[in-house]
Each structure stands twice: as C-alpha cells, then as structure tokens.
Ligand binder design. Structure first.
Ligand SMILES: O=C(O)CCC(=O)C(=O)O
Ligand SMILES: [Fe+2]
Length: 292
C-alpha cells in the first residue's frame, strides 16, 4: 500500500478493525554504527529500533532519580497536563510537589479532580537554564544529529526547543501523533517502564491520517529502564507510563529527514516562530525581545 490509496481501499480501512502489526517486534540492538543508523532512517523503509547499551553508560542512569530532582530542582515550577499530544487541561505546580505526586498520586491534595486524571509533566525542558544536566548524558554519535553540530548560542536554543525530560506517574499518557517539523526522536527511559504503540508509515501516509493508523492498531513495545528507542520521523506513536516514569527525549535531524524538516517549518510557521519566541533565547541570539 502506498500514499495513492483509492477511495474503496480508504473506505475499507475506515471500517477496519485490523490489529495487525507489520512487524513482530522492534529490534533491540547494541553498538549501532553509522551505516546501521542510515539503514533504519532510510526514506521509504524506516524502522524503529531500541538501543540497549546507551543509557546504561550515562551518569544520568544512576544519578537521575526522583530524589535528585526533588533536592536540586524542587522549587522550579512545572506545567502539567492530562495528556501530552492532546491536552484538555493544565496546571502549574512546583517540581517537588509533583514528584511527591508521581510516587503516590493519592497523597497529593492538588489532585482534586476526582476523575482519574493522571497529571503529566511533559513540557519541562530544563537543558537551557540548567546546562549542567547535559553533562549527564550523550546521544549516540551514529545518529549524526545535525542539531548537535550547531555551536555557540544556537546550541542553547536547540537544547531549549527540542529536548524534554518527561516525568509522570503510572497512567500518564501521550496520544498518537507525529513529531514536530518532520524530526526523528530518540527517547531514553531513565526510570520506570513505558508502553509505546508505534504506527507504521504505511498506516497513515497520503490520504490516511494518524487516526486511521490508530484504528488499525500498531506495534506495541514496552520500553524498559535503561533502553533507548529511536522513532523515525514518519512513525506516529503514542505512549503510557506503566510505573512512575522519567524519560529523556530529543528530536533530531540529519541527511535522512532534512527535507521533511524544512517542509515542516514551511507548513507550520506559527509553531516555528514559537521556537524563537522565548525572551531569554532571543537575547542570547542578539534578537529584540518580542512584545507578546
Ligand atoms: O514518552 C512519551 O510520553 C511520548 C513523548 C513523545 O512522543 C514526544 O515528546 O514527542
Ligand atoms: Fe513524539
């Protein structure tokens, strides 16, 4: 099946209750080299993989537990929502209180909704204001991430705009989506376990939406602590924490998706403008602060 699907096929897919992954499981590999990485990100035949030997080598693997963030960054305010990709409500509290909530949601009085909402801190991007955290991990060189080659102030901008430390209790979730501006993602599970569903590009290309992909079912994986998942730009994905969870995730570009990245910027200039709108980032780049 390709992007030029005919209306009959589309109707069949619309009503399909197919739960048929195209691939039995995501490969777990070690020592990924540049050639292997180019293969899994090769246009038209991308493949998500799990790297099992990256996170265990990071200082973060032992250093970053919930207490570490409570002690060192507890007074910072974090934004919470009820879902990362399709939020309906938001809240802002201190990281300290939120980390207490992660460990025992029932213990926290701020969780007053009573509707079972699992509040997710999915927007915390601390690596610009707290660059010391960047010393605790390194991304695999085989990714050949072009963003990482940017030096000077623009490098800070990248760490501010394309990196997140996702914290959440069991049940914190992200609805199915494609990542921003045609970027690939790497996502390292530092604490806890997380269930991902990955939707092959053939399930949502062309006239097919991410919703169609969800209707067909996807490829389910459980990301264990210490594992790092690479999600190619054209794989939609959803996620749910199975236990209290800490995940470090970065978006990246290289030769394989640079065209998609440019197109993404072109198609969504408002979102792109937001990447430059933070006052502190603009001043670092020598730009005037914006009014709003
Ligand atoms: O770990 C998750 O909840 C999913 C995160 C994600 O897909 C993203 O940040 O784009
Ligand atoms: Fe994503």
């Amino acid at each position: 099946m390709d992007g030029n699907i005919n209306p009959g096929e589309l109707a069949a897919l619309n009503s399909a209750q197919v739960q048929a992954p195209v691939q039995a499981e995501v490969r777990r590999i070690k020592n990924m080299n540049i050639a292997e990485c180019q293969e899994i990100l090769c246009r038209g035949m991308t493949e998500p993989v799990i790297l099992s030997d990256v996170v265990p080598q990071w200082p973060a693997n032992t250093k970053w537990d919930f207490d570490f963030f409570k002690v060192n960054y507890g007074t910072i305010k974090v934004i919470l929502s009820d879902n990362l990709a399709s939020p309906t409500k938001f809240k802002k509290i201190t990281l300290r209180q939120y980390l207490d909530y992660i460990e025992d949601p029932a213990s926290q009085t701020f969780d007053t909704s009573g509707d079972g909402t699992k509040w997710y801190a999915a927007y915390w991007a601390p690596f610009f204001e707290h660059p010391e955290l960047r010393d605790d991990f390194t991304e695999p060189e085989a990714l050949e991430n072009w963003f990482s080659k940017i030096s000077g102030p623009m490098n800070d901008w990248y760490h501010d705009g394309f990196a997140w430390l996702l914290l959440g209790p069991a049940g914190a979730s992200t609805a199915a989506h494609l990542d921003l501006f045609g970027t690939h993602a790497w996502t390292g599970q530092i604490r806890g376990r997380k269930r991902f569903v990955l939707y092959p590009p053939t399930f949502h290309k062309g006239e097919l939406s991410v919703e169609h992909a969800v209707a067909r079912g996807g490829l389910e994986i459980i990301l264990e602590p210490g594992e790092l998942l690479i999600i190619p730009f054209d794989w939609a994905h959803s996620a749910e924490a199975l236990t209290p969870s800490m995940t470090l995730t970065y978006n990246f570009i290289n030769e394989s998706n640079f065209g998609d990245f440019l197109q993404g910027i072109y198609l969504d200039p408002t979102k792109w403008e937001k990447k430059f709108s933070r006052k502190v980032v603009r001043s670092r780049l020598g730009l005037e602060p914006r009014e709003s």
